[in-house]
Design a binder for this molecule. Structure first.
Ligand code: COA
Length: 185
């Protein structure tokens, strides 16, 4: 609840956005709490097929450990979007075991109060630059057919629809088509 109140006070036109690579700028506890509150928001969780609900404290503990180990984790890069200093969105660039070595996969979330302001687009653009620096050759975005916002971001940035994974089962038992977008770098 406290996180929600903090996020809302920055709404308005005077928004200063920064995109930051977490490996070069370690996060404080309050930053990790902002990330967890985004990830636990119902309008974020409903789009994530594998997400199992955990309470805030449990999630915070897991994320804190993840960020403490991040420097030594060569499977993932993390970018955060700060608006007037506060984290309102983040992106993970994953090296996936199921894909080849030079393929990276993008997961991105933006707090609902800050959507449609181009934040995800800027995060993904930065991730494209970072992936190139890391020597990746292909980027993947997997998203639900119904996720118009994510599909729009992918298509705006010239990702091509590679295939549709039909009727994927969610943790809640429902089935949805998943769109798999690919960008050759
Ligand atoms: C998907 C998500 C990251 C987009 O974040 P965002 O910062 O709002 O994205 P942007 O503002 O950069 O771009 C969104 C685009 O989609 C468009 N859009 C959003 N909702 C839309 C809708 N319902 N119908 C049509 N277009 C829509 C926006 O207008 C914008 O396009 P534009 O720049 O041409 O106007 C955000 O909605 C989110 O966090 N969703 C929940 C988590 C999630 O789904 N993550 C992706 C899992 S793969």
């Amino acid at each position: 609840m406290e996180e929600e109140a903090c996020l809302q006070q920055f709404l308005g036109d005077n928004l200063e956005l920064e995109i930051i690579n977490v490996k070069h700028n370690p996060l404080k506890d309050e930053d990790i709490k902002a990330i967890v509150s985004i990830e636990l928001h119902p309008d974020v969780r409903k789009w994530l097929p594998d997400y199992a609900y955990e309470d805030f404290d449990k999630e915070f503990k897991d994320y804190k450990k993840f960020f403490q180990d991040l420097q030594n984790n060569n499977k993932v890069e993390v970018l955060v979007a700060r608006v007037n200093g506060r984290i309102v969105g983040f992106l993970a660039l994953w090296r996936m075991v199921e894909y080849e070595e030079h393929v990276r996969s993008i997961g991105v979330s933006v707090h609902p109060d800050y959507r449609k302001k181009g934040i995800a687009t800027k995060l993904v653009k930065k991730a494209i630059e970072l992936a190139k620096e890391l020597g990746a050759k292909k980027l993947i975005i997997e998203t639900l057919e119904e996720n118009i916002a994510m599909r729009r971001v992918a298509e705006k940035l010239k990702f091509k629809l590679e295939y549709v994974r039909r009727s994927r089962e969610f943790k809640d038992g429902s089935r949805h088509n998943e769109y798999v977008y690919l960008l050759s770098l």
